[in-house]
Design a protein. Structure first.
Length: 318
């Protein structure tokens, strides 16, 4: 039974993590991309290493006029940013930092996280449909097609890790991890990560917001703080994807002196995976829509099914 103080501390910790970690990832993306692309602008805003760039972006969004198109469905248009962002707050509640440091202990926490993450995509669909803009609608339809294509390998790869651990609780999966897990579950790790990038519409899978084709997809008509909420949802999604990858495939808090420094190992692994997400944006060109669908249905889905069969045989044999 959780007492009042413990519950209060957990709620505060989850809110702080939700507000702080996505902002840190956004700041890191500015800096990492600036180094990789030799862009000096984001490196000097505010003095030392451009520390004020994130503050400047926040002030910029706050000062912009909040516009709702006259033909838009105002209620759906207004609600969409919250629908895109809030599911990640709910997901963070179930993500363990250590075996005991978790917002809420749920037995089927993996299923809970996967189910709630899929709700966030509805925000993009709502934004595309309600904007009364053909480019926004096209971006929303691309979100729907991308979700249907990559949700299946994403879930199958997660199920492979759960089957190998013999549990659908994230804490149990991370506890069951051993170093050789990386060899046995490496295909599942790659599938999970790639499909996760596509689920978040991150480059090179950012066809729903292809600025050269459809302006900015479902978010074309959004301005000011509402647009900033969609960006915050994207960075929150990066944190959640990195944390899930860490817990399912990288051992979570496993490392030297994990009893004392387990939380630090988890955060370092989440930061490393987040860096790879940012690096992929710079390193790979955007896929065409046909390439994106071909990779999902002819590449990732068969590989995920094969990995699930291999895991099943391994579990039964041992």
């Amino acid at each position: 039974m959780i007492d009042g103080w413990d519950l209060t501390l957990r709620v505060v910790a989850v809110l702080v993590a939700f507000l702080l970690l996505p902002l840190l990832v956004g700041q890191a993306e500015h800096k990492v991309m600036a180094h990789m692309q030799a862009r000096v602008g984001p490196m000097y805003a505010g003095g030392f290493h451009g520390w004020a760039q994130l503050v400047a972006d926040g002030v910029k969004f706050a000062q912009k006029e909040d516009i709702v198109p006259a033909a838009a469905d105002r209620r759906v248009f207004t609600l969409a940013p919250a629908v895109a962002l809030l599911p990640y707050l709910v997901v963070i509640v179930a993500l363990p930092l250590t075996p005991t440091a978790v917002g809420s202990t749920l037995d089927p926490s993996l299923f809970f996280v996967l189910a709630v993450m899929s709700v966030g995509v509805l925000g993009s669909l709502m934004a595309g449909w309600s904007s009364a803009n053909k480019f926004s609608l096209l971006g929303g339809l691309r979100v729907a097609g991308q979700l249907m294509a990559y949700e299946l390998p994403f879930v199958l790869a997660a199920c492979s890790a759960a089957m190998a651990a013999g549990s659908v609780a994230l804490t149990d999966i991370a506890t069951a991890w051993t170093p050789w897990w990386l060899l046995w579950q490496l295909p599942a790790l790659v599938i999970f990560f790639v499909a996760g990038l596509a689920e978040l519409a991150r480059p090179p899978f950012d066809m729903p917001v292809a600025d050269a084709e459809i302006i900015f997809g479902p978010y074309t008509e959004y301005t000011g703080l509402r647009f900033a909420l969609f960006l915050l949802a994207e960075y929150a999604g990066i944190v959640v994807l990195a944390a899930l990858t860490t817990v399912l495939f990288l051992g979570g808090w496993a490392g030297p002196f994990e009893d004392q420094l387990g939380w630090l190992w988890t955060l370092l692994k989440v930061a490393a995976v987040s860096f790879v997400v940012i690096w992929a944006r710079v390193a790979f060109p955007r896929l065409r829509e046909d390439q994106l669908q071909t990779l999902a249905w002819k590449g990732l889905v068969p590989l995920a099914l094969a990995q699930l069969v291999i895991t099943t045989v391994g579990v039964v044999a041992t």
